[in-house]
Design a protein around this ligand. Structure first.
Ligand code: NDP
Length: 493
């Protein structure tokens, strides 16, 4: 692509020379994807990112971003580690004679996890350089609509000009303002603790809260989770939220619904935790899992007039363009749907629109997701409540709650639950959810079916894979209930 490009609104012949066609601030999932695909379309691209460290701050980050360094990847590694506890318990009835004392070496797992994310950080850097993208280490901020200033780790500053600027700086954990809040950690530190805690208190009932509850409980800690609502995982299907809560308790996690934390006090033998209900607990670690906020504070957005919403998220149109035509934003920093694959989609659409000659809007319909609790929950499409709220008319609900085959021998008392929400008039499957082993692996395929507009009849006519849990999705013949908007359904768990 020619470096001689027109600034938006400029006339032919009035061209400006830029250092780059695209300058990207932030080399996480969205930024890396947008850089590589834009370079693939022939654009001259540079990307800046903070130096690597497992725990982020305003001055450290790393190529790969939250997902790779202090999010999805290290979390999943710890979930794998924690899952062995249940596997060891289940193994006995399958004939495995395990010694009474089974030791867990946290430091070894942590070392291997850090090695893996360091390896991935290197791979991401190589992916960028192999695509012809220039990597610049340092903190980027806007100077004007076409210029970025990068402060390098040694403090030196350099400015770069670009026809387009893409902001992909992600988000960071938000802390709750209570006395003693500095004693609590966030998910960043939780993924890099030197010692495995014996007593854990978690505040929050979202993804991170239930995932870390499962991780620490699986590794043998005593875990108490406090959240404001009746059930964890607000926004998911109510019935499935209840299943997750039941499973967490079944695995020995103490849940405290309708309760928040009031104060943290440092004691000689740990942290004294006071709740807003007058409860008192002792903990080695207190985790705030209370949501994330967009990383926009240090970008000098106000200097250029880029608009943000009340959460600090950058406002963008359907093509990810801000109110300044040369400045774009993708991923968590825009607070649309804060998931890695969504940032990848937004990054790809940006490149196609700006450099590929194919204007492309990200499509947020039927995006599957998973909560990696143990066992996991995964969903795609609408929950029963959303289907009713969206005025889809009457909704048919099919559920299956069964003892997974493995549990018949292991003796584990934990049901797998599956659910289909179907439009009563058109027979279209509006949503599917599952809580049980391999839920995420199964739901990815169901998501393809839903994107193709599958009806319940399509599910019914699909031949199952036997014996598997997944086959239940194509053998749910009996209607559990028919629900009508405005009438609260009776759910028996
Ligand atoms: P979530 O938004 O999922 O949950 C935040 C939780 O914190 C809610 O239970 C909320 O309660 C609670 N909360 C917020 N403020 C307060 C407060 N002041 N006092 C008490 N409780 C509070 O955020 P997470 O931090 O768990 O995760 C951040 C995001 O990261 C997720 O939304 C998701 O987008 C992404 N993520 C995705 C994962 C995956 O795909 N598997 C894994 C981990 C994270 P209430 O419901 O009452 O508002």
């Amino acid at each position: 692509m020619s470096r001689k490009m027109l600034i938006d609104g400029e006339k032919e012949g009035d061209q400006q020379q830029f250092d780059y066609d695209l300058f990207v601030i932030g080399a996480g999932s969205g930024g890396v994807r947008a850089s590589r695909t834009s370079a693939g379309f022939g654009a001259k691209v540079a990307i800046c990112e903070l130096p690597f460290h497992p725990i982020s701050s305003e001055l450290i980050g790393g190529v790969g971003g939250t997902c790779v360094i202090r999010g999805c990847v290290p979390k999943k590694i710890l979930v794998y580690g924690a899952t062995f506890r249940g596997e060891f318990e289940d193994a006995r009835n399958f004939g495995w004679e395990l010694a009474e004392q089974i030791d867990f070496n946290w430091k070894k797992l942590l070392h291997n996890k850090t090695q893996e994310i360091t390896r991935l950080n290197g791979i991401y850097k190589r992916l960028l350089s192999n695509s012809g993208v220039t990597m610049i280490e340092g903190e980027g901020k806007l100077v004007d609509a076409h210029r970025v200033e990068v402060t390098q780790p040694d403090g030196s500053k350099k400015q770069y000009s670009a026809k387009h600027i893409l902001i992909a700086t992600g988000s960071r954990a938000q802390r709750v303002s209570i006395p003693g809040q500095e004693l609590a950690i966030t998910s960043d530190e939780a993924l890099s603790l030197d010692e495995l805690p014996k007593r854990v208190v978690i505040l929050g009932g979202g993804y991170i809260a239930v995932e870390f509850a499962s991780i620490w409980r699986g590794m043998g800690a005593n875990v108490d989770v406090f959240y404001r609502k009746e059930l964890p995982l607000r926004g998911f299907d109510d019935e499935m939220r209840a299943v997750v809560a039941k499973n967490l308790e079944g695995r020995g996690i103490n849940l405290h619904p309708g309760t928040s934390l009031a104060e943290l006090i440092k004691m000689e033998d740990g942290i004294r935790v006071l709740t807003d209900h007058g409860g008192e607990f002792m903990a080695d670690v207190v985790l705030f899992a209370t949501g994330r906020i967009p990383n926009t504070k240090r970008l000098s957005l106000e200097a250029v007039g880029v608009e943000v919403d009340k959460t600090g998220a950058i406002k963008v149109d359907e093509y990810s363009c801000t109110n300044v035509p040369s400045i774009w934003a993708v991923g968590d920093v825009t607070n649309r749907m804060n998931l890695t694959p969504v940032a990848l989609m937004e990054g790809t659409c940006f490149s196609k629109t700006v450099f590929g000659g194919q204007p492309s809007k990200p499509d947020y319909k039927h995006i599957p997701c998973a909560v990696f609790s143990i066992p996991p929950m995964s969903v795609v499409g609408l929950s029963e409540q959303q289907a009713l709220e969206e005025g889809k008319g009457d909704v048919l609900v099919f559920t299956s709650s069964f003892n997974p085959m493995k549990n018949t021998i292991s003796g584990r008392q934990e049901k797998t639950v599956m659910k289909l929400v179907v439009d009563a008039e058109t027979d279209e499957v509006l949503g599917a959810s599952m809580c049980g082993p391999d839920a995420a692996e199964i739901m990815q395929g169901i998501a393809v079916a839903l994107r193709c507009g599958a009806t319940k009849a399509h599910f019914d006519s699909t031949v199952g894979i036997h014996p598997s849990a997944a086959e239940e999705f194509v053998t749910m013949r009996t209607l559990t209930r028919r629900v009508t908007a405005g009438v609260k359904p009776k759910i028996n768990l």
